[in-house]
Write a protein that binds this ligand. Structure first.
Ligand code: ATP
Ligand code: MG
Length: 214
């Protein structure tokens, strides 16, 4: 077992925060923090994706770089951990494979929540094996600027009707930040300061990330 998992053996509950994290920003971090508090989870597990199935054809910075930025951003919070499970798994990334593997690793008595932003929950029925995913985890659909509450609640109702899955709706502080906008800002020479942790900002500039067209 990876050292990350070794230290998690005594935890009872986890919230999975999956993402491309290209780069990680305060929208991700504040969401993780308030979910941890509201749902009383022991740890939030940040899981950078390997090759995201839904971002096929799009350029994404190297796995190790996204992993590193995610570690840097979460290092100061002892309740946040970063897992390599998806970046180390060859092939396309599907959340169901990750959740199955985590369940196997930790045993059946741990509780798993799965955090999805409003955009992701609207998409979830297109993911692989949504029914099993909904059975294995309790979902938390969080608000995100630009996505109407009505649409999210309708989607939650549809999922409940179709699969009987339970999904929590949770309003998080609205930060209109996205990784795509951060990448565009760097390319256009606009500021990204105060939108993401300072050490990640420095890493982006020091390594010349996002200077090119996507
Ligand atoms: P991109 O613009 O490249 O898609 P992103 O900002 O959407 O990047 P992702 O890594 O795609 O970031 O998102 C990971 C998860 O975090 C998704 O569930 C997404 O909905 C959620 N999320 C991202 N930004 C926010 C935000 N500002 N507020 C709430 N949830 C967010
Ligand atoms: Mg996104």
């Amino acid at each position: 077992m990876d050292t990350v998992y070794e230290e998690l053996k005594n935890c009872r509950s986890f919230a999975i925060m999956g993402g491309t994290f290209d780069p990680i920003h305060y929208g991700h971090l504040v969401t993780a923090e308030v979910v941890k508090h509201r749902f009383g989870v022991d740890k939030v597990m940040f899981i950078p994706t390997g090759r995201p199935a839904h971002k096929e054809g799009k350029k994404v910075v190297d796995n190790e770089i996204r992993y590193k930025m995610t570690c840097m951003a979460t290092d100061s919070n002892e309740d946040f951990v970063v897992s390599r499970i998806e970046i180390d798994r060859p092939g396309k990334t599907y959340s169901i494979d990750t959740v199955r593997a985590l369940k196997e690793m930790f045993g059946p008595d741990k509780k798993f929540y799965f955090i999805t932003g409003a955009d992701a929950i609207l998409d979830i029925l297109k993911w692989r094996d949504p029914e099993e995913l909904l059975r294995l985890c309790e979902f938390i659909a969080v608000t995100r600027p630009g996505y109407a509450k009505k649409d999210v609640l309708e989607q939650i109702a549809t999922i409940a009707e179709t699969y009987g899955g339970r999904i929590n709706y949770y309003e998080v502080p609205s930060l209109d930040i996205s990784s795509s906008d951060l990448r565009r800002r760097v390319k256009d020479g606009e500021p990204i300061k105060y939108l993401l942790p300072e050490n990640v900002e420095k890493y982006i500039y020091d390594n010349g990330l996002y200077k090119e067209e996507e």
